[in-house]
Every structure is written in C-alpha cells, then in structure tokens.
Design a protein around this ligand. Structure first.
Ligand SMILES: NC(=O)C1=CN([C@@H]2O[C@H](COP(=O)(O)OP(=O)(O)OC[C@H]3O[C@@H](n4cnc5c(N)ncnc54)[C@H](OP(=O)(O)O)[C@@H]3O)[C@@H](O)[C@H]2O)C=CC1
Ligand SMILES: O=C(O)C1=N[C@H](C(=O)O)C[C@H](O)C1
Length: 254
C-alpha cells in the first residue's frame, strides 16, 4: 500500500491531510515540521529530517513554507520519490527549483488542489479567450486572518488561466497592491485584490468587466477537507507517473 509523508505536518493543512488519509485507509508514513515535535496521529511522530521522511515514504506532500521548499525537493530527489507541492507564496526562484527537480522525479505543483477551483480556472481561460481585452479581468480573494502570502496561490493560478486565454504572459500584465494615486487601469491588465479576516477557508472571484456589463465567476471553499482530498488524490496519482512537472488538470480529468 502507498504511504504518504507530509512536510508541514503540524499545520492546518498537514493535519487535515492526515485525517483525510486515515479516513480513506491510506497509510501515513510520518511528517516533518520546523521543530519536529509531537505526534501527527497516535504512534506517528513528527520529525524534522526531510531526507529521512522521504526515504520512509512512497510519495510526499508539501504544505509548509516557501523557505523549506529547496530542502524538501532535495530530499525527494535524493530518495527518488514523487512530491506534490501545495505550498503557496512561491517566487520565480522556487519555480526554477521545481523545474530542476522535475527532471529527476515527478513533481505536481498547484496553488489549489480542489476540483472546483481547477474547473473554475478552465472556465476563466475560456471566458478570457472569447471576450478579448476590452473586458477587464480583476481577481478578488479572501482568506483567514493567519494567511501570510498575497495574492493567494489560487488567485495567481486563476490569473495564469486568464492570461493563457488571452495569449499573454501574466508577469507582464498583472496589477497588484493598488494604493494611492495609481493612475488609470492599464488596458489588458489582470488585477488582484486580497482581503484577510476571520476563519475564511478560501473565497475567489474573477470579475470580467466591460462597458455596461460584468461577468462574475467564483468559488467558495467551505473547509480545508476539499484541499486535503485533492492533495491525497493528486499524490496517489503522482506515484504512477514518470519524472516531469504536473498540475491538477490531469489528476482531475479536466
Ligand atoms: N494548494 C492548496 O490547495 C492549498 C495550499 N495551502 C498552502 O499551504 C501552506 C500551508 O498552509 P497551512 O497549513 O494553512 O499553514 P500552517 O502555518 O498552519 O502550516 C504550515 C506548517 O509548516 C511548518 N513549517 C515551517 N517551516 C517548516 C520546515 N522548515 N519544514 C517543515 N515544516 C515547516 C509550520 O511549522 P511552524 O508552525 O512551527 O512554523 C507549520 O506547521 C500555505 O502556503 C498555504 O497557502 C493551503 C491550503 C490549500
Ligand atoms: O492559505 C490558505 O488557507 C489557502 N491557500 C491556498 C492559496 O493560497 O490559494 C489555497 C486556499 O485558498 C487556502
């Protein structure tokens, strides 16, 4: 039976993944955290050595922090084990590390593991492709008060989908963090706004606004179970793939 190892095991997502795996009868080999103390479940200790966890697991899931990504990828490459990266707040350097690791092992990276968000991304891509750049794209997200990165990984995933639909590079067209005298909106820009508060698991809205009409496409996560289920499904799928970089589309059949 495939066993899963969890980087960031003591966090909100780490614990949700362990619970979903346990309920589905999927083995959890163990987990790591910054400090490496406590238990993930009765008899499953949380350690601090990614290399040991990678050796002991069949497939790894990383929901931790960007600063730990390099060590997690190194551990998986050294052990020859696939890894699903759900951590957000990744920058260009992190994506380069993922591309490099994906030459040796299967790596699935995604800002959101849920079916609903990945279907939403497909709809956004289609809408952006059909509407043209006189329809302004704005992406609004809200998350719980503990979230440390913005825009969310999901907002960026949706922005990438809109950019793909338009045939442009998101990096050249994104407008983030508007404040003060910003000047008028650039034609063709993809805008982002982030709200933080309370216990919101994850709300995303993509607004396509034209002269006189607006289309709003959105998704609301009611809890973290949807992310945990998607992560476990993605990890099990990844175990059967050759080295390469993947996202959730193939896992979910989208
Ligand atoms: N792709 C997706 O579908 C989703 C992605 N996420 C993303 O997953 C990440 C985690 O989210 P969440 O669980 O809510 O956050 P938490 O802060 O609850 O958990 C992160 C965990 O990572 C641990 N950690 C910190 N440094 C290391 C390290 N060097 N090695 C191993 N573990 C470490 C933290 O430990 P400590 O507390 O001691 O610092 C903490 O337990 C975020 O980036 C979030 O945006 C979240 C939900 C869905
Ligand atoms: O930090 C979170 O909680 C979430 N992070 C992911 C993101 O940045 O999009 C996914 C989900 O929205 C919850």
């Amino acid at each position: 039976m495939t066993s899963i190892g969890i980087f960031g095991a003591a966090g909100r997502m780490g614990r949700a993944i362990a619970q979903v795996a346990a309920e589905a009868g999927i083995a959890v080999a163990g987990g790591t955290d910054r400090d490496g103390s406590g238990e993930l479940a009765p008899g499953i200790a949380i350690g601090s050595d990614p290399a040991a966890l990678a050796r002991e697991s069949d497939v790894l899931i990383d929901f931790s922090v960007p600063a730990a990504l390099a060590a997690h990828l190194d551990a998986c490459v050294a052990a020859g084990k696939p890894v699903l990266v759900g951590t957000t707040g990744l920058e260009a350097g992190h994506h380069a590390l993922i591309d490099k690791a994906a030459k040796a092992i299967p790596v699935l990276q995604t800002g959101n593991t849920s079916l609903g968000v990945n279907l939403l991304a497909a709809l956004v891509e289609q809408a952006a492709a059909r509407l043209g750049d006189d329809w302004d794209v704005e992406i609004v997200e809200m998350h719980h008060r503990h979230k440390v990165d913005a825009p969310s990984g999901t907002a960026l995933l949706l922005g990438e989908a809109a950019a793909r639909g338009r045939g442009i590079a998101l990096a050249d067209h994104s407008e983030r963090g508007r404040d003060g005298i910003t000047g008028a909106r650039a034609k063709g820009a993809i805008g982002f706004a982030a709200l933080r508060g309370g216990s919101v698991a994850g709300d995303h809205q993509v607004i396509l606004a034209s002269e006189g009409e607006r289309i709003e496409l959105g998704h609301r996560a009611e809890n973290r179970v949807i992310f945990a289920r998607g992560a476990v499904k993605g990890a099990l799928w990844l175990g059967g793939q050759p080295a390469g970089r993947y996202d959730m589309k193939a896992v979910l059949g989208l």
